[in-house]
Design a protein around this ligand. Structure first.
Ligand code: C2E
Ligand code: CA
Ligand code: CA
Ligand code: CA
Length: 278
């Protein structure tokens, strides 16, 4: 497996019985992975369209599997989501992101904010307190951490979710709506949530500037986000044509292989340290 692409799932055979066994084994291995330090956060830079500087990063989970090599989340997050393992993974990611931020700060590096992905199942009423405790124990301020959530979360139980999100926002955490445009949330909901950032999903970015429908959707998202004073990030940007189009639309930040793959922490850190313009 590479650093970015979702390679085909290699563990599952056609045989249903064997499939169940493999699944069971993978689940056990994943449980061990946390204890044995096989998980790692990679970091993909977010680049400002104003000056080409790195203004943030997204933390993406990787599993250094002893036999299968480096696995991307497509291989194990869906499995984890089916069990309570996603909660343990989620806690690990939160703590590890905070630890990384603390490490960077302790070396005097002024690193831009780090965003982590939250599963809908992690989003309960205790989340703000858990995050607050982590921020306190690592002595980092909330401006250094951002949360990426998806629309599926917002439709489930909007009133409760709004309440939790308001608490997180009041703490000073930025909240990004991930994969925007692919879910089912009503646009009217959007203004009730304290969302600071909209991320245009890669499935629309792929089609710009040649597919009129994708262009129309990207344009609508940017227009609406601007009206709601949200920051707009486009994900999955792979070529300069897309970059030029998205810049002309008024996107604030871009993220994608055109600039960088997700990188191990040390490599990402070097890019920021050297103030590389992507
Ligand atoms: P996502 O949040 O939409 O993350 C973006 C995905 O697109 C990442 O895949 C990234 O490597 C990939 N990507 C970035 N730039 C490009 C590009 O230019 N072209 C293409 N083709 N792909 C690009 P990755 O790392 O495999 O992660 C897949 C998904 O797994 C993420 O999608 C996110 O939903 C989930 N995920 C990753 N880390 C975590 C985590 O810590 N917790 C949870 N709950 N989910 C996570
Ligand atoms: Ca994300
Ligand atoms: Ca995304
Ligand atoms: Ca996506």
């Amino acid at each position: 497996a590479g650093t970015g692409h979702d390679a085909p799932i290699v563990f599952f055979s056609e045989d249903m019985n064997q499939k169940a066994t493999e699944r069971f084994r993978l689940e056990g291995e994943l449980r061990q992975a946390i204890a044995h330090g096989q998980l790692e956060l990679f970091h993909q830079p977010k680049v400002s369209l104003r000056n080409g500087r790195i203004v943030g990063a997204e933390a993406l989970l990787r599993w250094n599997h002893p036999r299968h090599g480096l696995l991307t989340p497509g291989h194990f997050i869906p499995l984890a989501e089916d069990t309570s393992l996603i909660l343990e993974l989620g806690e690990w990611v939160l703590a590890e992101a905070c630890r990384q931020i603390m490490l960077w700060r302790s070396t005097g590096l002024d690193m831009p904010p780090l965003a982590i992905n939250l599963s809908a199942r992690q989003f309960d009423r205790h989340l703000p307190k858990r995050i607050e405790r982590l921020l306190d124990s690592f002595r980092i301020s909330p401006q250094h951490l951002k949360l990426e959530i998806t629309e599926s979360l917002m439709v489930r139980n909007p009133d409760e979710v709004i309440h939790i999100m308001n608490e997180l926002a009041a703490m000073g955490l930025g909240i990004a709506l991930d994969d925007f445009g692919t879910g089912y949330s009503s646009l009217a909901y959007l203004k009730r949530f304290p969302i600071t950032t909209l991320k245009i999903d890669r499935s629309f970015v792929i089609g710009v500037p040649h597919q009129p429908n994708d262009c129309a959707i990207a344009q609508a998202i940017v227009t609406m986000g601007k009206q709601l004073r949200q920051e707009i990030v486009a994900e999955g940007v792979e070529n300069r044509e897309q970059m030029h189009y998205l810049r002309q639309l008024g996107c604030d930040q871009l993220q994608g292989y055109l600039f960088s793959q997700p990188l191990p922490a040390s490599q990402y850190e070097r890019l920021v340290r050297d103030d590389v313009r992507l």
